[in-house]
Design a protein around this ligand. Structure first.
Ligand code: VG1
Ligand code: CO
Length: 542
């Protein structure tokens, strides 16, 4: 039986860079989840009788919310829900399932790289029929709806068994529980030369993949060890845990420091990688060398034709604005289009759908292609493996040769986390007010060529997104970018992105922080980061 429950709006259900993210106790408030899910459904049209895909990264509260969404999808008139077994689907796997089974859309339960557990973070995100995150037009409609919602619809049903693969009828709707890994593994086999990678492992090549107790564990175990023959223990921390073992499932040099240290040791394996909570990010470290995500995007783009799925070449490359320009040099050499979008994967969807871009990436360890409409951590790892299997060179040699060919974009990001929101906003407001007067001035010995607040005009649907990050461009091509995070759940996170291009191969072995020190000082001179935030140094440097 379907019930209509009266409710009152919450005023804070505005989706951020990637869905609605809040602390678990906030999601546990009565009606909080239901209001947001109903707001999603109310913002959509034409899903009666159609299919919804549902899954999450297995974090705390995942299983409870899966049941709520099932009961609400039935009451709202969906014909079928495809659920990952145990409520598990990595974000890229969910994107694939939406596309493969021609679903109307999907709900992904994840707060990605944010910590989990009873006091950690939870998140809900809606993806559209192309498998990608809902564009701003829809996320804005969801938010508007959440501010006026007065009722939600829910079926009065017992909990559905989501642990057994198979189909059941639930209040007139079909619930189809699928193996969480199989479709994704099959897709990866269609893109990469698994025989060549198997040979690579047979030759004694060793890798370490750290799933960080998050969703990629079962995917990595199946693909790397079972299908590609990598030895046992290649996948580490591969049991997904609701609280990620108490760790922060963000594969960066702070939270995956153990992997970094192992890769810098004398007995390091050939290749190291890690992924985040929901499986869409990747960290790539060769023996003795960390590859920045921006460089990884450029190196993957330059070598993608070595993998069967990309042997016809790339149509174009897209990167988010704060991502370094390393990939731009590759696009220029290949003579293909290069697109610069705001932060967040939702902005790549149109370019991928229109066939304008084949590979996309973000500096935040996100890389992906037109095979799905999300960034994809294991995909990036497998593309690296395919390239290594063909080239049979070390990661370090590949990087060196890449920089010698294209020049090196030294790059770092400094995050100031959990800053008081008022102080962070004041800093950005003051900086914005200063922008028109900056061009032509000299800061810390460097001349500013241009300063603006990035606006994106989508070339496919013509939509406009303003205030996407402040850019200060110096003469000679160096730049600093500053923006506030849209994924945090407490206070504000200030992100400072710093970049300098170095064409001279004799200067490709320098320390990144030292090389960028003058720009980092300039950034503080211009924005007053330390004075405004009250912090003397960043919380995370990547
Ligand atoms: C961050 C990253 C951004 C990424 C987003 C979602 O956003 O900077 O590049 O797309 O997280 O990644 P923000 O607004 O905090 O800078 V994930 O792995 O949450 O899906
Ligand atoms: Co993620």
């Amino acid at each position: 039986m379907n019930k209509t429950i009266a409710t009152k709006p919450f005023d804070d259900q505005k989706p951020g860079t990637s869905g609605l993210r809040k602390k678990v106790p906030e999601f546990q408030q009565p009606h909080y989840v239901e209001n947001f899910v109903q707001s999603i459904f109310d913002a959509l049209e034409g899903f009666q009788g159609k299919t919804l895909v549902l899954g999450g990264d297995g974090r705390y509260y995942n299983r409870e919310v899966v049941q709520t969404v099932l009961a609400m999808a039935a009451a709202n008139g969906f014909g079928r829900v495809i659920v990952g077994q145990g409520g598990i689907l990595s974000t890229p796997a969910a994107s694939n399932v939406i596309r493969k089974y021609k679903a109307f859309g999907g709900i992904i339960l994840s707060a990605s790289h944010n910590p989990g557990g009873p006091h950690g973070d939870f998140g809900i995100k809606y993806n559209i029929e192309n498998g990608g995150p809902a564009p701003e037009k829809i996320t804005n409609a969801i938010y508007q709806r959440s501010k006026s919602i007065s009722r939600y619809l829910i079926a009065d049903i017992p909990a559905v068994d989501i642990d057994k693969v198979g189909k059941v009828d639930v209040a007139g709707m079909t619930v189809e529980v699928i193996d969480s890994v199989a479709d994704y593994a099959e897709l990866m086999e269609s893109l990469f030369d698994f025989d060549a990678i198997r040979e690579l492992f047979k030759s004694g090549f060793r890798m370490r993949f750290d799933a960080m107790h998050a969703v990629t564990g079962p995917y990595a175990k199946e693909i790397l060890e079972n299908r590609l023959g990598a030895p046992d223990h290649t996948a580490r921390n591969y049991h997904p845990l609701p609280d990620f073992g108490g760790h922060h499932p963000d594969p960066n040099l702070v939270h995956a420091k153990h992997l970094y240290d192992a890769m810098m040791a004398p007995d390091a394996p050939d290749f190291g990688a890690a992924s985040d909570g929901d499986g869409d990010r990747n960290l790539i470290i060769g023996r003795g060398i960390f590859i920045t995500p921006s460089d990884s995007l450029a190196m993957l783009a330059a070598n993608a034709h070595l993998a069967p799925g990309y042997k016809a070449g790339l149509k174009g490359i897209a990167r988010s604005m704060p991502t370094s320009g390393a990939a731009d040099h590759v696009a220029a050499k290949l003579g293909i289009g290069m697109y610069e979008t705001p932060t967040g994967w939702k902005f790549f969807g149109n370019l991928l759908d229109a066939g304008m871009a084949t590979i996309c990436g973000e500096e935040s360890a996100g890389t992906g292609s037109n095979h799905v409409r999300e960034k994809d951590g294991l995909w990036a790892v497998l593309l690296w493996l395919n390239i290594l299997a063909v080239r049979r060179e070390s990661v370090k040699d590949i990087a060196r040769e890449h920089w010698a060919t294209y020049g090196r974009n030294y790059y770092t990001r400094h995050d100031y986390e959990e800053v008081e929101a008022d102080r962070a906003n004041k800093m950005v407001d003051e900086l914005r007010a200063k922008l028109p007067s900056l061009a032509g001035t000299t800061v810390n010995g460097m001349k500013i060529e241009k300063a603006d607040d990035f606006s994106y005009h989508d070339p496919v649907d013509g939509s406009q997104s303003d205030h996407q990050g402040i850019r200060i461009l110096f003469e000679g091509g160096s730049r600093i970018v500053l923006r506030l995070s849209g994924t945090g759940t407490s206070g504000a996170t200030v992100r400072l992105y710093v970049e300098r291009y170095e064409p001279d191969p004799s200067k490709h072995d320098l320390d990144t922080q030292a090389t960028l020190a003058d720009l980092i000082v300039a950034a503080d001179d211009i924005a007053g980061i330390h004075a405004h935030t009250g912090r003397s140094k960043p919380s995370v440097i990547t």
